[in-house]
Each structure stands twice: as structure tokens, then as C-alpha cells.
Design a protein around this ligand. Structure first.
Ligand code: HEC
Length: 174
């Protein structure tokens, strides 16, 4: 190939060489210290601090949010990540970690926990309970409400009265 032909070819390839390698970009390593907060980049805000424009943890926790499909869906997602490994996907207390030897939690379907207040669940998530570790540093305040809403839905799912079902659903029962 002569130089006359090579030049246009090189000019065509030039923009390709200038393209950034998408797989090799600068991004924070989640475990790396964050320069301003000096904790891991993945850590939640320092306790007691509130980001501008955000509500404080207390403001979020003191008001029970409206039960909506979106809240339940968020709760289902968070529950399955953070709670189901021990409590099981339906809350009977027989998750995978328990099958491998971790102490079994009580079922959410006993009378005591069916009657427990939302505040009790919020407190267990934040502070832990007995041998259960606290989850307050992993489950944000608004998500704690979502998890509690989902636990309530699980409790109802295992303890519903036929008479409480809407007519069309009741008709489908044998
Ligand atoms: C690593 C396992 C594990 C995970 C994960 C876990 N728990 Fe627990 N949980 C337990 C154990 C074990 C107990 C029983 C503790 C005891 O009685 O000493 C318990 C107890 C509880 C109780 C009952 C407290 C009572 O009054 O008896 C609630 C409510 C609860 N957990 C909620 C949650 C929620 C919500 C999550 C997720 C955010 C969660 N747990 C994640 C192991 C776990």
C-alpha cells in the first residue's frame, strides 16, 4: 500500500483510538475511603446528619407512610435482600442461613408478632434483637417502613379469613 492510500485510512481510524475504553472508567470503589466523609464510599450518611433537601431519619420514621403498591413492592425487594436469608421469603423463619446453622428466628406468623406494633419492627430493624444484628446501617428509614408494610402483607397472606376476601376471589375458592 502506498503512503497516498495509507493516509486516509489512518485518518479514519484516528477517532476510534480517541474513544474512551468504556470498561475502564474512573469510578469510586465502593470499599474505598470517600475523601470528604472518610468512610467507605458505600456508607450511609453519618448518623445525625441530614443532606440538604432531605428529611431527617426521625421525620421519615415518625410518620407512617400511606400503604401503596409501590411501597409494598419496594418492601418486598428490600425484605428479600436483607431479611429473607434468615426469615425465609414468607417469614416463617427458615431461610437459607438458618438451614446452614444460624439460630432460627421466630415466625412472623405467631400471635405475638402479628399483634406487634409497626414501631417494634422498626426498632428491631434499626437496633437488632437478641442474636439478630442491627440493619439500620443498611436499610434506610423510608425503606424500613416499606419492609414493615411488606411484613404486614406477609402476615395477612398467612392469616386471612375467607370472609374478608372480595367476592370474586371468594368464588374462586373450592
Ligand atoms: C442473619 C439472620 C437474620 C437476618 C438477615 C434478619 N434477621 Fe431478624 N431475627 C433473626 C434472629 C435469629 C432472630 C431471633 C433473635 C433472638 O430472639 O435472639 C430475629 C428476630 C427478628 C424479629 C422478632 C423480634 C421479636 O420480637 O421476637 C423481627 C421482627 C425481625 N427479626 C425482623 C427482621 C427484619 C425486618 C430483617 C431484615 C431487615 C431481619 N430481621 C433480618 C435473624 C435475622
Amino acid at each position: 500500500m502506498t503512503g497516498r492510500h495509507l493516509l486516509p485510512l489512518l485518518l479514519c481510524l484516528l477517532p476510534l483510538a480517541a474513544c474512551p475504553d468504556m470498561a475502564d472508567q474512573k469510578r469510586p470503589d465502593m470499599a474505598e475511603p470517600e475523601p470528604v466523609l472518610r468512610g467507605p464510599t458505600s456508607s450511609l450518611p453519618v448518623p445525625g446528619t441530614v443532606a440538604r433537601g432531605e428529611r431527617s431519619a426521625w421525620d421519615v420514621l415518625k410518620d407512617r407512610p400511606e400503604m401503596t403498591p409501590a411501597l409494598l413492592e419496594r418492601g418486598r425487594e428490600r425484605f428479600n435482600i436483607y431479611c429473607a436469608p434468615c426469615h425465609g421469603v414468607a417469614g416463617h423463619g427458615s431461610g437459607l442461613i438458618v438451614e446452614r446453622g444460624f439460630p432460627a428466628p421466630p415466625s412472623f406468623h405467631n400471635d405475638r408478632l402479628r399483634d406487634a406494633t409497626p414501631g417494634h419492627f422498626l426498632s428491631v430493624i434499626e437496633n437488632g434483637f437478641g442474636v439478630m444484628y442491627p440493619y439500620g446501617d443498611r436499610v434506610r428509614p423510608a425503606d424500613r417502613w416499606a419492609v414493615v408494610a411488606y411484613i404486614r402483607a406477609l402476615q395477612l397472606s398467612q392469616h386471612a379469613q375467607v370472609s374478608e376476601l372480595p367476592e370474586p376471589l371468594r368464588e374462586r375458592l373450592p
